[in-house]
Ligand binder design. Structure first.
Ligand code: PLP
Length: 386
């Protein structure tokens, strides 16, 4: 074991002003789930995603990204017994809320370009569900995984053709764009996460991106226990306690001052990985497939493609671990998870391969350029001995 300091995948980094906003919350005694930091944080998010948007979106700050997925599905009217199509290759938080609502996930595999939902399989799944159940799936959850935008033109046109709303899980993709349009604005609803390991953090938190002010009001209503405007507490719906606290929103305000810098660092480290590893045969550093795509490169991912042996990624991970460097297999797809093994899925083998052959590498403001050089050298040595 190397005695050098451990290099982590991606951990929170503060710019310094976060504490000022928090102190302000205390000074003004706004230690609650509403308040000026929450409003200002939502305004900053709106400015960020609406920079080049002709149709503005409205964010609601929430307790987590998972809560945002859940509320998005509630607002899309997902009911017990409905089917919801989900990208299989993702983190469980994209799909668990489908089950919270008593609905059934239908998993769709990835395409090899962006590694997100395959438009071809999506259309096949919709047609097949229609012919088997006689009912359209209620919603489609598409994920911009590791920050890479999905094939939005193709997915959007299929979703429109069948008139099924999309929920965009852009938890990892804040600051990514496709054809100049910000991730989080492609679906009817979008999701950001501010968990400690994401592009920005509020400790824990998230946001639901809403298509209009009416939807924003509804999201706030359901996130605040669904209580009406009466002097007493009156409830016509089942609500949730999902709002972000004014203290946490203070952290978010500080983070919004440095988000541009964070994204720049993630970009730079990705190009360095590509530079140091790019000439290795069958080692693919995942990058934007064309100038239409602008990933934030939340985590740089690398795939050890055939004919390299199937266990290459695991060997590389152990090499890095022995040098006190954290890396991790890519997300294990939902259709292979024990908890989801009985669900319907439409597969082509892409995501099943990714989690065995891929690895995500340390990225973000606490990883230095010389760390990337060292990690790349270790990977190179390891692959060359295989
Ligand atoms: C992190 C994440 C979530 C959930 O966000 P939390 O804030 O951790 O609840 C959802 N989907 C994806 C793809 C994520 O990476």
């Amino acid at each position: 074991m190397s005695d050098s300091k451990r290099i982590f995948l991606c951990i929170a980094h503060a710019g310094g002003t976060e504490e000022l906003y928090i102190r302000d919350a205390f000074r003004t005694n706004w230690i609650t789930s509403l308040g000026p930091n929450v409003d200002a944080f939502q305004d900053r998010i709106d400015e960020f995603i609406n920079r080049r948007e002709d149709r503005p979106r409205y964010s609601v700050a929430l307790a987590s990204g998972t809560a945002a997925v859940h509320l998005g599905l509630v607002l899309l009217g997902v009911q017990p017994g409905d089917e919801v199509i989900c990208q299989s290759w993702t983190f469980a938080a994209s799909t668990n809320p489908v089950v919270y609502l008593g609905a059934k996930p239908v998993f769709v595999d990835s395409e090899p370009l962006t590694l997100n939902m395959s438009p071809e399989l999506l259309e096949m799944a919709i047609k097949d569900r229609l012919s088997i159940t006689g009912k359209k799936p209620k919603a489609i959850i598409v994920v911009d995984l590791y920050g890479m935008p999905a094939q939005w033109d193709e997915i959007d046109s299929i979703a429109r053709r069948y008139d099924i709303p999309v929920l965009e899980d852009s938890a990892e993709a804040m600051g990514s764009a496709y054809k100049g349009k910000q991730c989080g604005t492609f679906g009817k609803f979008g999701v950001f996460s501010f968990n400690g390991n994401k592009i920005i953090t509020t400790g824990a938190g998230g946001a639901l991106i809403c298509p209009d002010e009416q939807a924003k009001k509804q999201a706030i209503y359901f996130a605040t226990q669904a209580r009406t405007d009466n002097p007493w507490y009156e409830h016509e719906h089942i609500g949730y306690n999902y709002r972000l606290s004014n203290v946490s929103a203070g952290i978010g305000l500080g983070q919004m001052e440095i988000i541009g810098n964070h994204i720049e660092v993630h970009h730079r480290l990705n190009s360095l990985y590509a530079r140091w590893l790019g000439d290795l045969d069958n080692v693919r550093v995942v990058r934007n497939p064309s100038p239409d795509y602008d990933s934030n490169y939340w985590l740089t991912t690398v795939i050890f493609e055939s004919p390299l042996p199937i266990d290459t990624s695991n060997k590389v991970r152990l090499c890095l671990e022995s040098e006190n460097i954290e890396s991790r297999p890519l997300w294990k797809p939902m259709h292979l998870q024990p908890v989801y093994r009985n669900e319907v899925s439409y597969l082509n083998g892409v995501s099943g391969d990714l989690w065995i052959r891929g690895l995500c590498l340390p990225s973000g403001p606490l990883v230095s350029e010389s760390d990337v050089e060292r990690i790349s050298r270790l990977i190179r040595n390891c692959v060359e001995t295989i």
